[in-house]
Unconditional design. Structure first.
Ligand code: COD
Length: 298
């Protein structure tokens, strides 16, 4: 079982070299992370974008562009569609976002022609390593599904469990997060959380131990769960946290990174291939680990 983001890189090495297509690749930080993945032997790369811009970005990053295949496409949304098409044709294994908006990449992935739809819900998840902790925690969804319905939350939960399995967590403990751990009909997230727990109990979600509603404190702190007297196989030791909506998920993500020194690997899962949506403000380490996670899941 993986216990650190470094372990994810080791797992990627065991999977062999995968082809990553970077869309709108004229981004020095993404090129640097991509180059590191090539150097580690976990990736080959196809860089799509404005060739002059890619060369300038490579110069800025100190990256030798000769190790990378180049495809000219000046328009970023078109670059996203072409990259997604290469993956859907089996010429590449995963899509990596460069200097193009997240929504343009997601729209290309969701495209009816040449997209990567599978009939499943696509969701974003992050695998976090926190200072002083000897295990990883997965959470979802802080970047794609804006206000998921009950059924969508169930799919987000299943996607996260499936990723946990690939990372060697055989029966992950999943907390469905709300503001409180009791049902309150004025707080719809608590009702959804209870329904999802029941869905898991009845086999509608498989492969994990699911419980909720749990508040964040009693999901991750055994002491808090004990003080509050919560009897639950998940409370205090959740491996996966499912957030009620994008606002909670995104604020949680940024709190861990900017206020608690967390580092993470993130990916969109559920499509025909993983999609890595690095943001310009992500650290270099986080970009590289996200590539490694995408490679493991491809
Ligand atoms: N999984 C599978 N299919 C989906 C999903 C999904 N998560 N979302 C939409 N679809 C399908 C719909 O069923 C429909 O057939 C088609 O795609 C278009 O649906 P719309 O019109 O609801 O979708 P869009 O294209 O307007 O928006 C989809 C986005 C993913 C772009 C949108 O949900 C979005 O903007 N999400 C937030 C992205 C973001 O800004 N993240 C930044 C956070 S850092």
């Amino acid at each position: 079982m993986v216990r650190s983001l470094r372990d994810i890189v080791e797992l990627a090495k065991a999977r062999g070299t995968k082809t990553c297509v970077v869309v709108a690749a004229e981004d020095p930080e993404v090129l640097l992370a991509m180059d590191e993945a090539v150097t580690h032997g976990i990736a080959r790369s196809i860089l799509i974008g404005n060739l002059r811009g890619i060369e300038e970005a490579a110069d800025t990053a100190g990256v030798d562009i000769s190790k990378h295949e180049l495809v000219e496409e000046d328009d970023p949304p078109t670059a996203a569609r072409r990259g997604v098409q290469l993956v859907s044709e089996g010429k590449a294994n995963l899509v990596v976002k460069g200097l193009v908006s997240t929504s343009n990449v997601l729209k290309a992935v969701l495209g009816k022609d040449g997209g990567l739809r599978t009939g499943r819900l696509l969701s974003h998840l992050s695998v976090f390593e926190m200072p002083g902790s000897d295990r990883l925690v997965i959470f979802s969804d802080g970047a794609m599904n804006i206000s998921p319905s009950l059924e969508e939350k169930a799919e987000i939960t299943q996607n996260a469990i499936d990723v946990a399995h690939v990372l060697g967590m055989t029966n992950p403990r999943v907390a469905i997060i709300a503001a409180i751990e009791y049902l309150n009909s004025d707080m719809p997230a608590t009702i959804d959380a209870a329904c999802i727990s029941k869905m898991a109990e009845r086999g509608q979600i498989k492969g994990g131990i699911v419980d909720g509603p749990l508040a964040l404190d009693n999901a991750i702190s055994p002491e808090s769960a004990r003080i509050k007297g919560i009897r639950s196989p998940v409370a205090g030791r959740a491996d996966i946290l499912i957030m009620p909506d994008i606002e909670a998920g995104n604020v949680f993500y940024k709190t861990l990174v900017y206020m608690a020194d967390g580092c993470c690997a993130s990916v969109v899962t559920g499509a025909g291939a993983p999609v890595v949506l690095t943001s310009r403000s992500d650290s270099h380490a986080s970009k590289f680990y996200s590539l490694a996670l995408g490679i493991v899941l491809s």
